[in-house]
Design a protein around this ligand. Sequence first.
Ligand code: THU
Length: 139
Amino acid sequence: MTNEREALAALFEAAADVRVRAHAPYSNFFVGAAVLDEEGRIHVGCNVENAAYPEGTCAEAGAISAMVAAGGRRILAVAVVGGPADGEEILCPPCGGCRQKIREFAGETASIHLRDAAGAVSSLPLGEMLPLSFGPGHL
Ligand code: THU
């Protein structure tokens, strides 16, 4: 139990640490994401916006790219933190596209962890965030 709590704290710490490095001059909304892979490794990413707005990428996408580049192939858990650059974190649920990106490497039971301004953690299984999902098993 303590180990689980410590693992969750480490995942949030990694997400919060990378969040400050976001490149988000257009939205001013800084997001950090950390994914836990099948080997217990943590990979991080932050949002990287672009002057050509649609070319911007989400924090989760960056973390997933880092995982794949490091050889990870399975996501066990994800932590996401976000909020205005100079303000408090707010609850930052992954966008629809990111839920699908996570689904590529995660089953329905993978945990998505979020936290609000007060530090309260909400943890949901991916299956609840992306019901009736289309995944690799369909092909
Ligand atoms: N953003 C993420 O990085 N992840 C999400 O799941 C939601 C939104 C980013 C994209 C954009 O840079 C900023 O937050 C505002 O939408």
